[in-house]
Design a protein around this ligand. Structure first.
Ligand code: WQD
Length: 341
């Protein structure tokens, strides 16, 4: 079995995907520039699987270095591309950082894949490409709306770049996985989410509040047109999400006649409100969470949850872990990292 390159493989979703790839016998090589991760994650991965993945520190914005890397790794059978900047708010303040880091790097990798035969590519996309969908649950045919942020725009542009490249590169097989909201951690507590600074996302803010790092969670608005007034999202356990990458890769490696560019929604298919997430956390942790209702956050959409029929039928993949499983693992992870810091 050839080597699978995982860019951003020391990141939150990347590290969980490396574990699932190794569990399936794949030989993994990780590229990560450590801008949003640490070498400890490498130890975490090998302590779970017993296999130390090959790792190279490399800045994918450095085109000559990317070219040299692929020249010296001609045995790469597939690439799973996680490496990108992903903070919505930061992307509004620093758009060029996001266009350089998320778009240039994608172009450099695709230029190298055009020379590899075969070339299999999985792209880390996001439900953010849909904006506020007109119909729920959201299918892959839902219209792509104007991006709400430069981050979301880089995902939309990224998908277009891949689609156009696949049109002129018959031997390049690509899948874009549109993640909904990734949450939770590996049950071993050896790897998990490591937000730098004040978490932007809901679940790490909940666990940091519960452990005492944050004073209080602000619930951004309870006057939305939903059952309890708070926004609805599709929170998918990161381990289920990681497994989706493995089955997507296997679909590409066992290539048949279908299109050489496909997109799949990866979510649970169930929407949960912010208050329901808090309730789930309080139930599994046995802790009362200190939160208040605050003003709405600029740019938030009301509701998003996936129609996962296409992934269920074509990938044979379905999420199996629940919101409670995700909250339980996120809380165990938070307690583990605080105990060891
Ligand atoms: C979820 C809900 C907030 C924090 C973003 C990106 C998406 C992906 C995941 C990268 C919303 C509410 C949050 C808080 C709150 N990122 N919230 N208090 O915005 O759905 O998605 O992160 O791939 O692309 O868009 O996730 O976790 O920030 O927010 O009330 O302190 O929680 O208003 O309703 P979001 P989130």
């Amino acid at each position: 079995m050839g080597k699978i390159l995982v860019t951003g493989g020391l990141g939150f979703i990347g590290s969980h995907t490396v574990v699932e790839l190794q569990n399936k016998g794949f030989d993994v090589i990780i590229i990560d520039d450590l801008s949003n991760s640490s070498m400890d994650v490498l130890g975490g991965i090998s302590s779970i699987t017993g296999i130390a993945p090959t790792y190279e520190k490399l800045d994918l914005k450095d085109k000559p270095k990317v070219q040299t890397f692929f020249k010296t790794h001609q045995d790469i059978q597939g690439v799973i591309h996680f490496a990108a900047s992903k903070a919505v708010g930061e992307s509004v303040e620093k758009p060029l950082l996001y266009y350089e880091n998320n778009i240039n790097t994608l172009v450099y990798i695709l230029q190298e894949l055009q020379k590899l035969k075969p070339a299999n590519f999985i792209f880390s996309s996001s439900c953010t490409v849909y904006g506020q969908a007109d119909e729920l649950p959201i299918t892959e045919n839902a219209p792509i709306k104007n991006a709400e942020s430069p981050y979301g725009n880089t995902k939309q542009i990224g998908e277009e770049i891949i689609k156009d490249t696949c049109k002129v590169t018959p031997h390049l097989n690509a899948i874009a996985l549109r993640y909904f909201n990734p949450v939770g951690a590996h049950k071993s507590t050896k790897i998990g989410e490591l937000p730098i600074g004040v978490p932007q996302n809901l679940v790490p803010f909940i666990t940091q509040t519960a452990i005492g790092i944050r004073e209080q969670l602000s619930v951004f608005g309870d006057d939305y047109p939903t059952s309890d007034g708070t926004c609805i999202r599709d929170y998918i356990h990161v381990v289920d999400l990681a497994k989706a990458h493995v089955v997507a890769l296997q679909r590409l490696l066992n290539k048949s006649t279908y299109s050489n560019y496909e997109t799949f929604n990866i979510g649970t298919g169930t929407g949960s409100s912010v208050l329901e997430v808090i309730k789930s956390f309080e139930k599994v942790s046995g802790q009362k969470l200190n939160y208040k209702i605050a003003d709405r956050r600029e740019g938030d959409i009301v509701s998003a949850y996936a129609d996962t029929t296409k992934a269920n039928t074509k990938l044979g993949w379905k999420a199996t872990l629940t919101l409670d499983d995700a909250m339980r693992s996120a809380w165990k992870w938070e307690q583990h990292i605080r105990k060891n810091n």
